[in-house]
Design a protein around this ligand. Structure first.
Ligand code: GAR
Length: 191
């Protein structure tokens, strides 16, 4: 059976990247072909080094004004492109080149707390400020608008009155680690 290739995009710590790499490390059928990052000193690069994963850096100019990323992706021919804590909007030409092959994880229950500027700790701070009693994760397809593509899966967790943005983030990460690799595996089994 053909090996399926995943390309991951990440901008920060990369704990989801590490979790996904570990989840598939013994798979004969699914490989992490590369991690692409827009942050030259992102912690995810140290993780890739340690995990033996090919990492590729690009800057804003090459992302928005050149075909650099498109050409990298075309050479890898990924079966799935996974945004795992990637904070820039994906340009339309990339979306059109990989229809239904780009997915994102968002650390809240979309459509709540989505859109431009809503990422990472900012999301959890807003959830806390609004006294939400629950939050969660949304895994969705990527379209040309931030956080608006079709939802694939959501999972919820309780927000207690004494939770802080940090403890909310920790609860959300638990959900991400549990569900994201399984959703990826399921999508690759289907395509
Ligand atoms: C994750 O919680 C992910 O859901 C979020 O960034 C975090 C990255 O953590 N993504 C967004 O906010 C996208 N709008 P990680 O670098 O440790 O995987």
């Amino acid at each position: 059976m053909k090996t399926k290739r995943i390309v991951l995009f990440a901008s920060g710590s990369g704990s989801n990247v590490e979790n996904i790499v570990n989840y598939f490390k013994d798979s004969q059928r699914i490989e992490i072909a590369a991690v692409l990052t827009n942050k030259r000193h992102a912690k995810v690069l140290d993780r890739c080094d340690r995990l033996g994963i090919n990492a590729i850096y690009f800057n804003r100019h090459s992302f928005l004004k050149t075909d650099f990323v498109l050409n990298v992706l075309k050479s890898i021919r990924p079966d799935l492109i996974v945004l795992a804590g990637f904070l820039w909007k994906i340009p339309e030409d990339l979306i059109l080149s990989f229809p239904d092959k780009i997915i994102n994880i968002h650390p809240a229950l979309l459509p709540k707390y989505g859109g431009k500027g809503m990422y990472g700790s900012k999301v959890h701070e807003a959830v806390k400020a609004n006294n939400e009693v629950e939050t969660g994760i949304t895994i969705h397809y990527v379209n040309e608008n931030y956080d608006e593509g079709a939802i694939i899966q959501q999972a919820k967790t309780v927000v207690d009155p004494d939770d802080t943005p940090e403890t909310i983030a920790a609860k959300v990460h638990v959900l991400e680690y549990e569900h994201f690799p399984k959703v990826i595996a399921k999508l690759l089994a289907e395509n």
